[in-house]
Design a protein. Sequence first.
Length: 163
Amino acid sequence: MFDRVEGRVWFFGDDVDTDQIIPAEYLVTGDMKVLAEHVFERVRPGFSSDVRKGDVIVAGENFGCGSSREHAPRALIGAGVSCVIAKSFARIFYRNSINIGLPVVECDVQASDGDRIEVDFRNGRVRNLSTGVEYEFPSMPSFLMKLVDSGGLVSYVKKQLRG
């Protein structure tokens, strides 16, 4: 079971909507790798080629606002993003992320592009390894950790049905 992630920070501000994460014309596929090729392409050109497996997004308020599409967290997972930390999330994005298997943390973290960050889900801690500053958040409930660890709700249910 996953307990923590560590990665390089990509900082975004407030009100990042799902159209910014993945533009609407790419919603014809659910393939995470195809979606990943176009993630943030209009607001942060080059993101899809520069992001690395394990990187972490840190953002301000209302991350994932806009439409309820599941493609947004799929695109982030496909690009290698290991976690999104934001001061607040649009509720549907938050739930879609858990259902798809993308860990999300609600916490007001101060970080800049390129900082190294560590997230301890079990103990509810985020540490900016570049600055040494530590933040606390309510630890992720075990049932949500199981969903994320299983790769999302569908994978979790399939595993349960197999016994």
